[in-house]
Design a protein around this ligand. Structure first.
Ligand code: ATP
Ligand code: MG
Length: 678
């Protein structure tokens, strides 16, 4: 292993070239420039991973590096975290072994902006467990299903966007359950807010969800005939709005085959699969339904009068009677799109449930779990709508969790070990979370009020309310105040939030009025169903999508709070999805907003390094004749003897209850070097 270490990363001279594998060991640690230099140096050498203590920083290489092979997995399996060059496998292995040795639950939070490599990282972790955990024939089954749930969920939940050819358009939290022997025995997926609007509308340069193109390109002739589809994406309005049905990096045909196989292994019945494809086809057909100025549309493949009526009429209750009144063409289009979105959204939920049934562990003995959180990254487009608002709010919440957990755990550790420390100042984004979610005062509350207010609520009254209530908030910019806080002006109908990760301008057009006006005016059961805004009993105060999302995020936070956190911070090196390009300004911005410098400072504020006595002794005992080859006393005494021999000064280290804490990385560096020479 030591040889591998040297080969891959390490002699003293190589350090200049390849940088340092843990930022905590950087000499000029507080300088962002030094941080960036180290990151760039390593990136140029194809070393995409670097630690900040146990946090893993990863820079998307946009090329295959050959570092995820079985051989690499073997190298990392069961090895101490810091003994080998940083790697996602090292983190996965460390989490796994901690889970087993402490019988505790964990989660790995993978964050970063769209295209930074979150989904790839989460897949690598899953693959590592699939290959490295003990297994039996029976469990192979579980393992395959765990692995194959990915291509299915990606086909239905990912799409090409301007930022990423395989962008996750839903948030995903996956629990992997392990038994006492450490074998993976089951799993469970939670999905968050699928971007349903994509089904009916794609911006230029973007696509609908992959599965539609896979079906049209890859579906067998017979299947297409049955579904009444032609093998040409250009024929379907829902597939071509972005004008890029073909993407060079994507092979829809072979992906179709993969998904087909996966569906069978996950044990979807033939009937399920047929129904699923029929639904996809019906959505495509629905997209092609036209509504002339006054003429009724027609619906291919769904020959139901009621549906046609529902799409083109609304019911008006006049005294005891119900009268049908035709929609305007505009309303009819709207109803059609709402239906398409609802069908797809519901199908996606059904799919996740099916996968969960298949991954469910039947045995009820206590399990430990490792949760993998791969949630859509912070995103800023030219036009940002309600969906971006939710996505970015979710990122705020996760950043908040990170802040709470890292600072909290750091403080607790010092306290537990009986060691004093000075807290480090940091930007707390709680103020932005509150701005969005605070009860009665936050943006979501105001949106709810406006959407549910009888009478003439519109996008503009919503914005006016916002302006009135948020006026003066340091992170909220309105049309009127735009010039004072930021240089960029705002159009009418827009507001801007200063997120922890940057400014985003949201358009309120269509967020509220159109959506909810139709819903409110219509007694059409399909439309009500689509927005499930009105409870069946009609009494409970209806929930808007934003409120539902807010509560599902609160649920997620609860799940995470009971587990031990691990972090992977993914960075995107350039906007062009190209290898070997490291855009300094762009990376620096991400380093800033992901709070990496602050995290580093916290790690360094008190003590850069801490190791359990027995681990420390085991690694360095060869440096002292008293402790080599065997030390008979307690590990703490052994470490005491060892550092006395090494000549540590009293302010360089502290002895905690179970661990040694080392203040300066230089100190550790020195023994690492001595160790290498020895
Ligand atoms: P989004 O928030 O849009 O879902 P993401 O962070 O999940 O983005 P990924 O889909 O994981 O981003 O990565 C985008 C692309 O970058 C991948 O399709 C792949 O081409 C490339 N990529 C990411 N990580 C790696 C890696 N470790 N090695 C090689 N290529 C990578
Ligand atoms: Mg992703």
């Amino acid at each position: 292993r030591h040889r591998i270490l040297q080969e891959m990363e390490g002699s003293l001279t190589a350090r200049d070239r390849v940088g340092i594998q843990d930022f905590v060991l950087l000499d000029a640690y507080t300088s962002e420039t030094a941080f960036m230099d180290n990151l760039r140096k390593r990136f140029n050498e194809n070393l995409i991973y670097t630690y900040i203590g146990t946090l893993l920083v990863s820079v998307n290489p946009y090329k295959e590096l050959g570092i995820y092979t079985k051989k690499q997995m073997d190298i990392y399996m069961g090895v101490n975290f810091f003994e080998l060059p940083p790697h996602i496998f090292a983190l996965a292995d460390n989490v796994y072994r901690t889970m087993i040795s402490e019988t505790s639950n964990h989660f790995i939070l993978i964050s970063g902006e769209s295209g930074a490599g979150k989904t790839e990282a989460s897949k690598k972790v899953l693959q590592f467990y699939a290959v490295c955990c003990p297994s039996t024939r029976l469990l192979d089954n579980v393992r395959d299903r765990l692995l194959l749930s990915n291509p299915v969920l990606e086909a239905f939940g990912n799409a090409k966007t301007l930022k990423n050819d395989n962008s996750s358009r839903f948030g995903k939290y996956m629990d992997i359950q392990f038994d006492h022997q450490g074998a993976a025995v089951g799993g469970h997926v939670l999905s968050y807010l699928l971007e349903k609007s994509r089904v009916v509308h794609q911006n230029h340069g973007e696509r609908n969800f992959h599965i539609f193109y896979q079906l049209v390109e890859g579906g067998e002739d017979e299947l297409l005939r049955w579904l009444g589809l032609e093998r040409n994406c250009q024929n379907y309005r829902f597939l071509i709005q972005g004008e890029c049905a073909k993407v060079s990096s994507i092979n829809d045909k072979s992906d179709w085959k993969t998904v087909q196989k996966a569906l069978i292994i996950i044990e979807f019945s033939e009937k399920d699969i047929e129904d699923l494809f029929a639904i996809l086809a019906s959505v495509l057909h629905l997209g092609n339904v036209h509504f002339g100025a006054s003429a009724l549309g027609y619906l291919l493949g769904i020959p139901s009068n009621m549906l046609r009526e529902g799409l083109t009429h609304r019911k008006i209750e006049a005294k005891a009677e119900e009268v049908l009144s035709p929609f305007t063409a505009e309303h009819a289009k709207y109803a059609r799109d709402a239906l398409a979105k609802a069908i797809y959204g519901r199908t996606f939920s059904w799919l996740v449930n099916k996968i969960n049934e298949s991954l469910a562990n039947k045995d009820s003995t206590r399990k430990t779990v490792i949760g993998l959180l791969d949630i859509y990254g912070f995103e800023v487009f030219d036009m940002n709508s309600f969906e971006q608002f939710c996505i970015n709010f979710c990122n705020e919440k996760l950043q908040q969790l990170f802040i709470q957990l890292t600072l909290k755990s750091e403080q607790e550790e010092y306290e537990m070990e009986g060691i004093e420390w000075e807290p480090v100042p940091y930007f707390n984004n709680k103020i932005i979370c509150d701005l969005v979610e605070e009860k009665h005062r936050g943006i979501i509350s105001i949106l709810d009020e406006e959407c549910l207010r009888p009478g003439e609520a519109t996008d503009f009254t919503f914005l006016e309310k916002l302006e009135e209530k948020m006026c003066g908030h340091p992170h909220f910019v309105t049309h009127k105040l735009a010039d004072q806080k930021t240089r960029k002006t705002l159009e009418r109908g827009e507001f801007r939030l200063l997120h922890y990760a940057g400014e985003v301008t949201y358009s309120v057009a269509g967020n509220c009025s159109l959506l909810f006006k139709v819903m409110r005016q219509s007694k059409n059961s399909i439309i009500q169903h689509c927005f499930h805004a009105i409870e069946p009993d009609g009494k409970k105060r209806p929930e808007t999508v934003a409120t539902q999302f807010k509560s599902s995020l609160a649920g997620l936070t609860e799940i995470l709070m009971t587990k031990e956190p691990w972090y992977v911070r993914c960075l995107k090196p350039n906007h062009c999805k190209q290898p070997d390009r490291f855009d300094d300004v762009m990376v620096r911005h991400q380093v800033k907003y992901l709070g990496l410098m602050e995290h580093l400072r916290v790690r360094r504020a008190g003590f850069a390094y801490r190791r359990r006595y027995e681990v420390f002794l085991k690694r360095y005992k060869a440096l002292c004749p008293d402790t080599w080859p065997h030390w008979k006393g307690t590990p703490a005494e052994g470490v005491q003897r060892l550092i006395k021999h090494l000549g540590y000064k009293p302010d360089e280290y502290k002895m905690g209850r179970t661990k040694i804490f080392i203040r300066h990385p230089r100190t550790l560096f020195a023994i690492e070097d001595a160790f290498e020479i020895c």
